[in-house]
Design a binder for this molecule. Structure first.
Ligand SMILES: [Zn+2]
Length: 129
């Protein structure tokens, strides 16, 4: 093989590698977008399920509660509105913490985006509030 051919071959390989590198970068971007979209859809799905569940419960006839007698009102007394509100807030916090640990931003700067560079100070300060 002549030296000239070798250099031509190396040059070809270099070009090829450059193309591959670019392609890899583009694919990485697509995967990131898909993961973010997937997370958004999962959250939306969860929210819709909750709404559906709530609506379903709202539509339930009152009779089963009445049939159970005094137990249901007693449970209500144990769980006054204020406490219920607190539970909802706690649940929201848990969801956000889970989202963060699954690798997504929960800060208002990059919310819903994939954390590609480790911990985010904005998110952490939000979690520590
Ligand atoms: Zn963040």
């Amino acid at each position: 093989m002549e030296k000239k051919d070798i250099f031509a071959q190396i040059h070809d390989m270099e070009t090829h590698m450059g193309d591959l590198h670019q392609e890899l970068g583009a694919l990485k971007y697509v995967v990131k977008e898909l993961l973010e979209e997937n997370q958004r859809l999962r959250m939306e799905n969860q929210r819709l399920r909750q709404l559906l569940h709530q609506e379903h419960q709202d539509q339930q006839p009152e009779s089963p509660v009445a049939a159970e007698g005094a137990s249901a009102p007693a449970a209500d007394a144990l769980n006054p509105e204020g406490e219920e509100q607190e539970n909802v807030v706690g649940e929201g916090y848990d969801n956000l913490a889970r989202l963060y640990h699954e690798g997504f931003h929960i800060c208002n700067v990059y919310y819903g985006h994939l954390r590609t560079e480790g911990d985010c100070l904005f998110c952490l300060s939000f979690l520590n509030k």
